[in-house]
Ligand binder design. Structure first.
Ligand code: ACM
Length: 467
């Protein structure tokens, strides 16, 4: 059984094999998940349970909002869950149990499964290099196969602004027209962003939009010079430095601007979160940073969204429900993370030396950074989100970011994301007692041919005994 992430409980039933019958139909008590499975297997949906070779059944007996049970018998495969999300995850497990090509058989098994963490994410930086809708949808497809349920889109940075805002048209027109290395960039229209959101929702993935501020804002400053401290537009920036830009913190027009942007992004985003960045604001004084965050957090909260920020935001007074995204490197915690801990913030963990997918695997990796070290698949796997922060920390989950200073093509994304994201997915989903590196290596090996069939140019990390 090559399921990744490994289910919480999985017991083979010896001597039993399900074989796909020639006239197989699927019966589903969820129209959406049934349609997803029918399309994946190219099988028809039917109403009559007695005929079904695969049945997706709603059941209150299954624990958890995202939990599911899966039973493979000789004549039928039954997935049970309380929610559509649970059925969707059961379906992902089933798709992994099925062989990638005919004959379609599945060995008998009983699975009872539910995630360890509620927040299981990846991040794509579409600001440094722009990636269009189709690339993002493909990314959502892949991450949802591994039961990840959050895609954080880093939509704005010094090098580009990637989401159109009706009230502030120059953001897309000017700020969207650049990227690292001098390319033409791009941006999502409201319709395109909504298409991403809907596609993600159909795969039980929540989009978390990030508008990074007060630093990482050169593209906004070029578009609306009044946001700049001296009121003049800086040159567009297409390099890879950080820490040189800041919004004017003491001008009311800055907060009017942020209100317009946050309102527009929140209106397009059904998910509960809005990420305001807050990292590497090295051109904003500490006092100004605190002033800024005191103003901006309530602006976000007024839209009904939960504030998310990189852990530097921990220095600022907490707004209720806030989530702090930790991207540090141990063993010592920085002051801002300590401040967040003492304020009782919730955490999403993105330790840079474990899950930063823009780091090279080894010195030989053709693209990527190395400031947080080399990160092999095993590095992504061999850590415990339960012990990274001091006992008592409120950890909501795990997210693996892909920054794209050096990432320009889909093949570049594939190389850096796979197989490492599968390791992160198991860290986020599976209970510690079910996790084991040697067993994981063996299971992961079976995913290589599937990625190849789907055109995913994964990195053949030599730690994995690829099939
Ligand atoms: C970050 O890597 N600057 C959050």
């Amino acid at each position: 059984m090559h399921v990744v992430p490994v289910p919480a409980h999985i017991v083979p039933v010896p001597g039993v094999t399900w074989v796909l019958p020639p006239d197989a139909v699927i019966r589903s008590e969820s129209a959406d998940v049934g349609a997803y499975l029918a399309e994946a297997l190219r099988l028809p949906l039917a109403d009559d349970r007695s005929e079904a070779a695969i049945a997706l059944v709603r059941s209150d007996d299954v624990d958890g909002d995202e939990g599911y049970a899966l039973e493979v018998d000789a004549d039928v495969i039954v997935v049970r869950a309380r929610t559509d999300a649970g059925l969707f995850y059961g379906v992902q497990t089933l798709l992994q149990l099925l062989p990638p090509s005919a004959p379609f058989t599945v060995a008998g098994v009983r699975i009872a499964d539910a995630p360890r963490f509620a927040y299981r994410g990846a991040m794509l930086d579409v600001a440094r290099h722009f990636f269009g809708v189709e690339v993002v949808l493909r990314f959502i497809d892949e991450l949802s196969r591994y039961k990840l349920n959050v895609l954080h889109l880093h939509l704005t940075d010094d090098q580009g602004w990637r989401i159109a805002v009706d009230k502030r048209p120059e953001l897309a027109r000017i700020g969207g027209a650049t990227q690292v290395g001098g390319g033409t960039g791009g941006f999502f229209t409201a319709d395109e962003y909504s298409r991403i959101v809907a596609y993600a929702a159909a795969r039980h993935v929540t989009i978390v939009p990030e508008i990074d501020m007060p630093g990482h804002t050169n593209a906004a400053l070029v578009s609306y010079p009044e946001l700049n401290v001296d009121g003049a537009a800086p040159p567009a920036y297409t390099g890879v430095d950080v820490g040189f830009s800041t919004f004017a913190v003491h001008r009311e027009t800055t907060y009017e601007f942020i209100g317009d942007v946050v309102e527009a992004v929140a209106a397009l985003t059904p998910g509960p979160y809005l990420h305001i960045g807050g990292d590497e604001a090295q051109s904003t004084s500490t006092e100004d940073y605190l002033t800024f965050m005191r103003r901006v957090q309530p602006i976000v909260a007024a839209t009904g969204k939960t504030v998310v920020g990189w852990h530097q935001i921990g220095a600022a007074p907490r707004i209720a429900g806030r989530i702090v995204q930790y991207w540090g490197r141990g063993p010592e915690l920085d002051d801002e993370t300590r401040a967040a801990l003492s304020q009782g913030d919730r955490f999403v963990l993105s330790p840079a030396d474990k899950v930063y997918l823009d780091m090279k695997y080894t010195a030989d990796t053709p693209i990527g950074h190395d400031w947080a070290g080399y990160i092999t698949t095993r590095t992504c796997y061999d850590w415990d989100p339960g012990t990274l922060l001091p006992a008592g920390a409120d950890v909501l989950g795990v997210e693996a970011p892909l920054w794209t200073e050096f990432v320009t093509t889909t093949a570049d994304i594939d190389l850096l994301v796979f197989p490492r994201l599968a390791a992160v997915a198991e860290v986020a989903w599976s209970p510690p007692v079910a996790r084991d590196w040697d067993a994981f290596r063996g299971r992961l090996a079976a995913h290589g041919p599937r990625w190849t069939m789907r055109g995913v140019a994964f990195h053949p990390d030599p730690e994995i005994p690829w099939a």
